[in-house]
Write a protein that binds this ligand. Sequence first.
Ligand SMILES: [Fe+2]
Ligand SMILES: [Fe+2]
Length: 186
Amino acid sequence: MNQIIKTVKAHYRHSVERLHHIYGVRDTALKLGKPLGCDPDHIRLAAYLHDITKPLPREDHIALIKAYYDDFVLKAFTEPLWHAYSAAAFARKHFNITDENILKAIESHTVGRPAMTNLEKVIFVADYIEPSRMFPKSVEIRAIAFQDFERAVYEIINASIQFHETFGDFVPKVAYEAKAYYKKRR
Ligand SMILES: [Fe+2]
Ligand SMILES: [Fe+2]
């Protein structure tokens, strides 16, 4: 764990805001995950690693993803979303993380997916609502996440899709599948 924290600090040495985001995700995820019975060490690992590759150049994302996934990942997600998969690959490669639940939580943190595990949902929600996120939707969903966790999952998926659609961005198919799945459960 210490080596992981060191790497996180090194990767974000030029961005104190990003580092605050990582700590915010960790602390929020610990609060959300405790009542759901998530392992606190799994939460910490997923939180520290979820954005670990974000500052890396394009070629590094491509190389990491190609080494651990088939080409569908590069095609199914837009470039800003690649970091979720390259981060999971980085976790395998450099820290020997093999726990599928931790890896999935890293992979799913951007747009979610249907039938996420509790750990995946906890990281997904914490990434959106941690205290340094100041945009209105984040503040709004932060207010409900501790009372109605499943609804928060749905609202975040929905808000992210709307955000990308507004800017005319390509929205991955899995985001719509996740929206349909959680709509029934909110
Ligand atoms: Fe991210
Ligand atoms: Fe993040």
